[in-house]
Design a protein. Structure first.
Length: 119
C-alpha cells in the first residue's frame, strides 16, 4: 500500500507564498503521475497541477504562472510552490498519485492540507 502525507498548509495573506509537500511511502512502484487537487467549500474538487513520471507538468489556467509543481525522486516527495496567493486559492489541497498495477490503475489520495488566504 501507498501512503501519501501532505504538509505545508496554513494561513497566509493575499500575495504571500506557501509550499506544500506530499511524501509518498510504502509500495510506490508503478506510480506514473502525481497531482495536486483542491476543493473549496461548496465546490467540486479540481485539478491544480500534475507531474508525469517523465517530468512533464500541467497546470490549471487559474494557477499558471503562480504555482509550480516539482518533485524530489530521492525523497519520493512532490512539492507545490504557491506564489502570489489569492483569497480564491483558499481550499483543502489534496495530493493524488496514479499507480499502475498488473490489474488496474489506482488513484491514491492523501488526507489533505488546508490553505487559507486572507484578503
Amino acid at each position: 500500500q501507498v501512503q501519501l502525507v501532505e504538509s505545508g498548509g496554513g494561513l497566509v495573506q493575499a500575495g504571500g507564498s506557501l509550499r506544500l509537500s506530499c511524501a509518498a511511502s510504502g509500495s510506490i512502484f508503478g506510480i506514473n503521475a502525481m497531482r495536486w487537487y483542491r476543493q473549496a467549500p461548496g465546490k467540486q474538487r479540481e485539478l491544480v497541477a500534475g507531474i508525469q513520471i517523465g517530468g512533464s507538468t500541467t497546470y490549471a489556467d487559474s494557477v499558471k504562472g503562480r504555482f509550480t509543481i516539482s518533485r524530489d525522486s530521492a525523497k519520493n516527495t512532490v512539492y507545490l510552490q504557491m506564489n502570489s496567493l489569492k483569497p480564491e486559492d483558499t481550499a483543502v489541497y489534496y495530493c493524488n498519485a496514479a499507480q499502475v498495477t498488473t490489474t488496474s490503475l489506482l488513484q491514491l489520495w492523501g488526507q489533505g492540507t488546508l490553505v487559507t488566504v486572507s484578503s
